[in-house]
Design a protein around this ligand. Structure first.
Ligand code: URA
Length: 760
């Protein structure tokens, strides 16, 4: 049965899908099934009236099994069949005849039919053409159904479609003046002119440790790219290069210009390393990547996506290769896109009431974190060599033991070997990855099996894996030429605002935020000459936040008696015992309960973590909620807020819109959002404030989620350390009309692994 297009052919806006499904065949109308429902919601959100659109499909009959492969002669869908080519012709003829103002291609097949382009996830949002008629691709609603994260993007695309459909004209807002390959004197002239622009975006391109070019934009369509290095050599003579770099640094250090960049941290760090740019003195005004992430933490934050949302520039991210002119042109496009996006993002920050939040909590930590990355931490090289040697030996000996226990060689790091051994040789019940549902022998599976089916092989396998990981990831992480260990902090690395970290530039360093606790690795991190390490740890920070945002006064009271063992006190409540009678395993359960129950864990999950039966787990959870009833009420409050607006706001004003499909996991994610991001905002605010007030010789070296590592001169009086940390890091925060403080436990020592409590 043919499902014909519906609506008026002289509509300004057309929507073209791929092919009808079962439901469409039944109704005889396109987009009336599940994908149609999604489309309706999206159209409504974008202010588009469905009845004012013409809606059709590339193919007007349902492919058997909804499988579009039959319209291609090859599996990878490169060679269309003549039937598909005919369908393309029908559609393009129709477009040519009726010339709507805009055609929205829903999904790859429609985009291909109308423009010959594929790769919808890249090209979505770009205004392309079909016989002079504007075409814009977006993700197919059926894909949105499968990956809900696309919803906001399609929504943004359709809003763009709504405004583009007002006119058949292609936006000619850009009178591009994109200067590439300037001569030396033109470059110098421009570097002088750049001193007089109020807003400049900048962007560097790099290749194998070299800066190949630097671009600046001063308007939405005006930019220059100054080459530096290409094909293994400098673009200029030595003297010329010296003058050009000097000119670039002068521009970047102009205090009267407000600078914009996409991931400024990277560009500035590279220019610091290569050219000694004083990164602290760059008047950075907006980082598009960080600001966009502040607005939409769930979306990708690449410049390609940002450009597709805030500019009318078509996708260009695949145009940088081919030669120097392509690279330079690409660099200018990055600069103008960043400039234009920044101007719109800043308006959006204001509109969402998040401008202050961005500057106070996100922008403010860029320079401190960048500097921490640049400085790095001194490493005890002799000790490092010793640990390397010993670990290697230990691994060998554990492998031998493992072989004896198992009866044949076993590679604990090989998933294939491990699955064969566990599920075939030992016949244990196969465990599945919680997310992918694929059979796995990961750490969680091993931990679980080891509790259910005790066998010495489990601890050996886990220990070998752990030791190998420590060796390769931390002990052998590449140090800088100066023997220091570095990482790069990703301010926009998570949806909660928690920092993440990764290797520093060019693979040097490693993620320093996951370094295992304990002496082994941390003792390698030593302070500079004449200094000592100071570590400040927020105590029970997230649980405290939950106690305050839920208004659970009994839990707040436990935290206020900070001289008590919180987990013991908690266990005493739960097990109706005196504190002194609490056993270590009861204390453990008390501890896990606070962390897990606060975030709405189910009995199954609790049983999995603690090894208790599900019945006992449920009883413990019930008991916890009975003692702290406000926690349960807070769970309901969060779920309701999520249902009503999908937006949660933290006490600091961080907002997050949750796009995911409704599920228990989504609710749990929402429950952890406010406490987690409040804690990281607290510590980051501390870093931002302390940074500009560091006494001489004091440095913040690392941020590891709820703790910071500093170094201070060895003779610093303990009272100074205590006062400084309390002042800058124990920030009073008003929550539900009460002031919450998260005290910090301070320890000092000769290295990060051997710390003792600070005695004041
Ligand atoms: N998917 C499409 O591409 N078209 C329809 O009409 C329905 C689902």
């Amino acid at each position: 049965m043919i499902v014909k297009g519906v609506g008026e052919l002289d509509s300004k806006l057309w929507l073209i899908g791929e092919a009808p499904g079962v439901h469409e065949v039944q109704t005889g109308l396109p987009f009336t099934g599940g994908a149609g429902t999604i489309l309706d919601g999206l159209l409504k959100g974008a202010g588009i009236k469905r009845e004012e659109c013409y809606i059709d499909n590339v193919i007007q009959v349902r492919p058997p099994g909804n499988n579009f492969d039959m319209y291609y002669s090859d599996k990878s869908r490169h060679i269309p069949t003549s039937a598909l080519l005919q369908a393309h012709k029908r559609l393009t003829d129709l477009v040519r005849t009726y010339r709507p103002n805009l055609v929205v291609a829903l999904g790859n097949e429609a985009l291909y039919a109308l423009t010959g382009e594929k790769l919808i996830t890249k090209r979505r949002g770009s205004i392309l053409g079909c016989s002079g008629v504007k075409v814009m691709g977006t993700i197919h609603p059926a894909m949105v159904m499968r990956q809900w994260g696309y919803y906001p993007l399609v929504q943004m695309d359709l809003k763009k479609a709504q405004s583009e459909s007002a006119t058949p004209d292609f936006s000619h807002r850009y009178k591009d003046e994109l200067i590439t390959n300037p001569t030396f004197s033109r470059s110098m002239d421009y570097l002088e002119k750049l001193m007089h622009h109020p807003y400049l975006s900048f962007d560097i391109e790099t290749e194998q440790d070299q800066i190949t070019c630097v671009g600046f934009a001063w308007e939405i369509d005006k930019a220059i790219c100054i080459p530096i290095f290409y094909g293994g050599t400098s673009w200029w003579t030595r003297e010329e290069e010296f003058s050009i770099v000097k000119g670039i640094l002068r521009v970047l250090l102009n205090p009267h210009t407000r600078f914009i960049a996409q991931n400024a941290q990277f560009d500035l760090t590279v220019m610091h390393r290569k050219w000694g740019l004083g990164v602290d003195n760059v008047n950075l005004w907006l980082d598009t990547m960080l600001a966009f992430h502040t607005l939409y933490p769930e979306l990708r934050k690449g410049l390609d996506l940002i450009t597709s949302i805030y500019t009318d520039r078509p996708y260009y991210k695949d145009t940088s290769s081919g030669g120097p002119s392509q690279l330079w042109h690409y660099n200018t496009l990055d600069c103008v896109s960043t400039w234009e996006s920044a101007m719109k993002i800043v308006e959006e920050l204001k509109e969402f009431g998040m401008e202050d939040y961005y500057y106070k909590h996100v922008h403010s930590i860029t320079k401190p974190l960048m500097n921490m990355g640049i400085k790095g931490v001194r490493i005890d090289l002799r000790k490092r060599a010793g640990i390397d040697h010993n670990l290697d030996r230990d691994i060998e000996s554990m492998l031998r033991k493992c072989e004896l226990v198992v009866g044949h060689p076993l590679n604990p790091n090989s998933p294939k070997d491990m699955k064969q051994f566990l599920y075939h040789e030992l016949g244990l019940p196969p465990q599945r990855n919680r997310i992918t549902k694929v059979i796995t022998a990961n750490e969680e599976a091993l931990e679980y099996l080891s509790k259910k089916f005790p066998n010495p092989v489990f601890s050996l396998v886990l220990d070998i894996r752990k030791a190998r990981k420590i060796l390769s990831t931390y002990i052998r992480a590449q140090l800088g030429e100066d023997g220091r260990m570095r990482c790069s902090y990703n301010i926009a690395g998570t949806t909660t605002g928690r920092l993440s970290s990764s290797a520093f530039l060019s693979g040097e360093g490693t993620n320093l935020q996951n370094i295992p606790r304990g002496e082994l690795v941390r003792s390698l991190f030593i302070p500079d000459e004449g200094k000592m390490m100071v570590n400040a740890d927020q105590s029970q920070a997230e649980a405290r936040v939950v106690a305050y945002i839920s208004g659970e006064e009994r839990l707040q009271a436990i935290f206020e008696h900070s001289d008590e063992d919180v987990h013991k006190r908690n266990a005493a409540f739960i097990f109706h015992k005196r504190m002194e009678d609490i056993t270590p395993s009861e204390r453990y359960l008390g501890k896990v309960l606070v962390h897990a129950a606060n975030y709405g864990i189910g009995a199954l999950g609790f049983a999995r973590i603690t090894g208790q039966s599900t019945v006992k787990s449920q009883a413990l959870l019930n008991q916890y909620y009975a003692i702290y009833p406000c926690i349960k009420l807070w769970h309901r409050e969060v779920a309701e807020q999520l249902r009503n607006s999908r937006i949660l706001t933290t006490p600091f004003g961080r907002k997050r819109m949750f796009f995911g499909r409704w599920s228990n996991t989504l609710v749990r994610e929402a429950l952890s959002f406010v406490p987690q991001s409040t804690v990281c905002d607290l510590i980051n605010l501390g870093i931002a404030n302390a940074w500009t007030n560091m006494p001489d010789g004091w440095n913040i070296l690392l941020q590891v989620h709820d703790s910071i590592l500093m170094q201070v001169p060895i003779d610093t009086p303990p009272i100074h350390i205590r006062k400084f940390i309390d002042h800058y890091f124990e920030i009073p925060l008003k929550i539900k009309n009460k002031i919450m403080r998260v005290p910090l436990t301070i320890k000092t020592g000769p290295n990060w692994g051997e710390l003792t409590p600070l005695e004041v």
